[in-house]
Design a protein around this ligand. Structure first.
Ligand code: 5AD
Ligand code: SF4
Length: 473
């Protein structure tokens, strides 16, 4: 079978990155192989996101640009997947004559059949059916790339929380947890493919299994911890209301669980939290943070914030800044509130002017930047163990311009900080031994957005218990 070239563009969250991998996996048996070159592709799939207005606009403008590519190559199949596809369905076909296929968030496993139909009869198809189960027809893991150290594994799909600003329950469907045996099976497969770190994914991983009566999330983590050859476990995203004491204690206990939690708070004001339907108070959140730091004193904590939620007063925004000052996050993502279709907050009164949202966003980011700089400076001089991922992004492995500018590689500390380091010449020829191994880095410098240091020990085989390899730095 002559290979056909598939280009997948992914916009948005980690869930979409996972879905893109599955899409590649289900289309491989039809002869599709991945390409970066969109101009020579036989099919382009745009994996879209609609969590915020900006992401949706980005998806539509990207799709608009594909019209020209289709004029140059009329046999090109253009498909739209993900949350915008789920939300807009047929409207996309009407609005964009160059689009052949619109498939929703639950339709990935029906793709092969739909693509075959399009290939044979050039029909146009929309499939945005949602189902309540997740394991019936998938997911299966797609291909890994060369030297890929880390992989996502979905454990929960959809969300039942209905935060009032959020479109996710409307486009990803009801919450459904995967069977633990299937999860372990997928992780074992990833390890066999060379992956050393997995990130368990879900809109709200802490509620894993509760609806179906499966094991708890803490129990699942313990099972994942037992997978031979796996070095590290991460998970995202956690909802503060479902962060159990049991799960908090897990951080100090499981060897492979990284010392980092992403715990979105969204706002530091009780009135706003209530109208967001977040189901916790500022104090309850702060107690969870204190519990995490007691169980695991070096845990890194990151969060998400929304500024300019309808009705947010200046005093309420100041409460958010106060929360950031008291938690002193290791990092955060902050967004200006935007109305989303079907989300109740779209109908709330008291909409905040864009200029005010921008000012608040800037103030929040400035505050966090100061905190991040201070926290980064405190790391300078320490030695951190990292899992080596490969050449630093934007730099090529043979990017040696002078002795003072050695090749930079990077890896992640348990805290999720990305650390850049110079690779000694004698190790450069042994790249495969460096990627996916643990190395100790002495942190020598820091900016607001990056940390770098010197390789002082390593590489070590990343699978705990297997000892060091013969290479010494
Ligand atoms: N407006 C702005 N930010 C939003 N988020 C979700 N919905 C909206 C919205 N309507 C943010 C939240 C969430 C993150 C993934 O996106 O902070 O945690
Ligand atoms: Fe959206 Fe809230 Fe569910 Fe997160 S928990 S996906 S913010 S509804």
């Amino acid at each position: 079978m002559k290979p056909k070239l598939l280009h997948i563009s992914t916009i948005g969250c980690q869930m979409n990155v996972y879905d893109a991998n599955q899409i590649a996996g289900v289309l491989a048996p039809l002869g599709y192989i991945g390409t970066d070159a969109i101009e020579s592709a036989d099919m382009v799939i745009v994996n879209t996101c609609t969590i915020r207005e900006k992401a949706e606009q980005k998806a539509f403008s990207y799709l608009g640009r594909l019209a020209k590519i289709k004029i140059a190559n009329p046999s090109l199949i253009v498909a739209v997947g993900g949350c915008v596809a789920q939300q807009e369905g047929e409207t996309i076909l009407k609005r964009m004559p160059h689009v052949d296929l619109v498939f929703g968030t639950h339709a990935i496993f029906r793709l092969p059949e739909m693509v075959r139909r399009i290939e044979s009869s050039r029909c146009r198809i929309v499939d945005v059916r949602l189902s309540d189960t997740i394991d019936v027809d998938g997911p299966v893991a797609g291909p890994v790339s060369d030297g890929q150290v880390s992989a996502f594994v979905t454990i929960v799909r959809g969300c039942d929380n209905y935060c009032t600003y959020c479109v996710v329950p409307h486009v990803r469907g009801r919450e459904a947890s995967r069977d633990p045996d299937r999860i372990i099976e997928e992780i074992r497969m990833r390890v066999e493919q060379g992956v050393r770190e997995v990130t368990l994914l879900g809109q709200n991983v802490n509620s894993y299994g509760s609806k179906e009566g499966l094991c708890s999330f803490a129990e699942l983590l313990a099972r994942v911890d037992g997978v031979d050859g796996l070095s590290r476990i991460r998970f995202t995203t956690s909802h503060p209301k479902d962060l159990s004491d049991d799960l908090i204690r897990t951080f100090g206990r499981l060897e492979k669980l990284c010392h980092h939690i992403h715990l979105p708070v969204q706002s530091g004001d009780d009135g706003i939290l209530k109208r967001m339907n977040r189901k916790y108070t500022r104090n309850a959140y702060l107690e969870k943070i204190a519990g995490l730091r007691t169980a695991c004193p070096d845990i890194a904590i990151t969060s998400d914030f929304i500024v300019g939620f309808p009705g947010e007063t200046d005093r309420q925004f100041q409460a958010t800044l106060g929360l950031i000052e008291s938690v002193r996050y290791d990092g955060l993502f902050a967004f200006m509130y935007s109305d989303r279709p079907n989300a109740p907050a779209a109908a709330f009164s008291g909409k905040i002017a864009e200029s005010v949202k921008k000012e608040r966003l800037q103030a929040l980011l400035n505050l966090q930047e100061t905190i991040t700089r201070e926290k980064h400076q405190a790391i300078v001089g320490q030695t951190l163990q990292i899992l080596v991922e490969g050449p630093s992004r934007g730099l090529k492995s043979d990017d040696t311009d002078s002795a003072s500018q050695p090749v930079r590689w990077s890896g992640r500390a348990s805290s999720n900080h990305i650390i850049h380091f110079a690779v000694p010449d004698d190790l450069l020829t042994k790249k495969e031994l460096l990627t996916g191994t643990f190395a100790d880095i002495m942190i020598e410098g820091a900016h607001a957005h990056s940390l770098w240091g010197r390789l002082i020990r390593g590489p070590k085989n990343a699978a705990p218990g297997k000892g060091e390899t013969t290479i010494a730095a």
